[in-house]
Design a protein around this ligand. Sequence first.
Ligand code: ARG
Length: 471
Amino acid sequence: MSTSDKIQLWGGRFASGPSATFEQFSESLSFDQRLADCDIRGSQAFARALERVGILSADECSTLLAAFDTLRQEARTPAFYDGATDEDVHTLVIRKLKANVGALADKIHTGRSRNEQVSVDTRLWLREQIDATTSLLVAFLDELLALARRYESAIIPGYTHLRRAQPVLWPHYCLAYFEMFLRDLERLQQARARVNLCPLGSGALAGSGFPFDRHAIAADLGFDGITRNSMDVSGDRDWALDFLYAASTAMLHLSRLAEDWILYSSEEFGWMELGDGVTSGSSLMPQKKNPDSLELIRGKSGRVFGSLTSLYVTVKGTPMTYNRDMQEDKEPLFLAADQLAGCLAMIREVTATVTLKPAVPALAAEESWTVATDIAEALARFGTPFHQAHKLAGRLVLESLNQGKKPLDWTPEELAAFAPEFTPALAEFLHPARGMQNRSVPGGTAPAAVAAALAEAADRLNAFRPEPSRS
Ligand code: ARG
C-alpha cells in the first residue's frame, strides 16, 4: 500500500503525522482484523440507520450496502489484509470502502465513534463465539452422558483427599462433572445476555448527535435490546469479563477432569484406557502411552485464567470513559475463546474413545474399606448410637489391617465373634453395592437415584441445544 492511499480517521488537528514507532506500537489491525466481518455488518446496519435519519439517500445507502457486501466477500480472503498498515480494522474497512465508492464513503462515520464501533464489533463476534462454544460444550456433554450410560452399573471408589472414601456408581461420578459443565452452559448464556445489547447510537461518550432509532439498529443486528448509558458503553468491558469468567470456570472444570483421567488411566490406578488417537508415545521409551491431550487441556487452562486476570488488570484504574488501554481487551478475549473451543473439541474426542475397566475400580472399592461408613450407618440403623457405631466399624478396620484381611474375607462366625452387633444382616454391608442402595436421597448414588438423575440430565441438556434441533 502506498502512503498516499492510507487514510486516517483523525488527522485534521495535527501539523504532522504519527511517528513510525508510534504507528507500529499502537496498531491493532494485526489482531482486530478478526472482527472484519462483524465490523462490516455493523456498518451496514449503521448505513441503514443513516438513511432513516436522512443523512444518506436511498440510492447512497444501497450503493454503500452493495459495496459492503463485496467487502464482506473479500474480507474472507487473506489478500484483503495483504500489506495493510491501517491503524485498526475500522480504518481498514473504511479505506477499502473509499476505494470502492469514493467520496460517498466519507458519510458512513456520521454521528458514530470508533469507541462504540469497537464495542458493537466485539459484541457481535463474541455472541457468535458463545453460540459456537455452547454447541461444542453440548456435544461434549452428550458424550459424557453416553460414557456414564456405557458403564451404568460400574462401581468405583469415590475419593476425598485422594484416599478411597466411599463407593459410588460410575455414572454418579460422571454426573458430578455434568453438573459443573451445565453450570458453565448457564454462565455462558448469562454472559451472552449481557453481550447481546446494542451500543450503537452512543457516540464517543455523550450519545450521538443524530436522532437514531436505537431499537431499530439493535433489531437490525439481532441484538436483544440496547445499552442504557453512552458513557458506560465507552468504558465498559464487563461483558467481555463475564465471558472470560465463564470460560475460565469451564477450563477449571476441564482441568480437573483432565487431572482425574490422567490419574485413572495411569498404571497406578489402571481403570481407564485412553484411545490411541488422543495419546502419544515417547521418542525414547518404546512402551510409553502418554495422556498428552489431557495434559494440554490442564496446561491451557492457565492461559485462559491469565486472560481473565489480564483484562481485569487492564480495566482497573482507567478513568471514565474510553482509554486506549481498552484496545488490549481483544487478544486475551480471542485467546480464551480459541483455547476453550479447542479444549472442548479435544475432550469430546477423549470422552468418546475412553474405555473403563470396571473390574479394577470395583476391586479397589471392595478391598479397601470404602464400606466402613455403610457399616457404621447400618449399625446405627439397627440401634447402636452413631459414635459407638463409628468406633466399632473403625476397630473392625484396624483389626482387619492387623490380620491382613480384606472386608469380604470375614466369615459370619468371625464377625459375630468380633462383636455381637455384627449380625448376618449387617455383614451384607461388606459388599460395596449393598450400602449404596440406601443412598437414595435426591443427588445420592443409589442406583435408582442415579438412573433418575441420568434421565433428567438428558432433558436439562436439551434446553441448551440450538432451537431447530431442540428435541
Ligand atoms: N482500535 C481501538 C480499540 O480497539 C478502536 C477505538 C479507537 N478509539 C480511539 N478513541 N482511539 O479500542
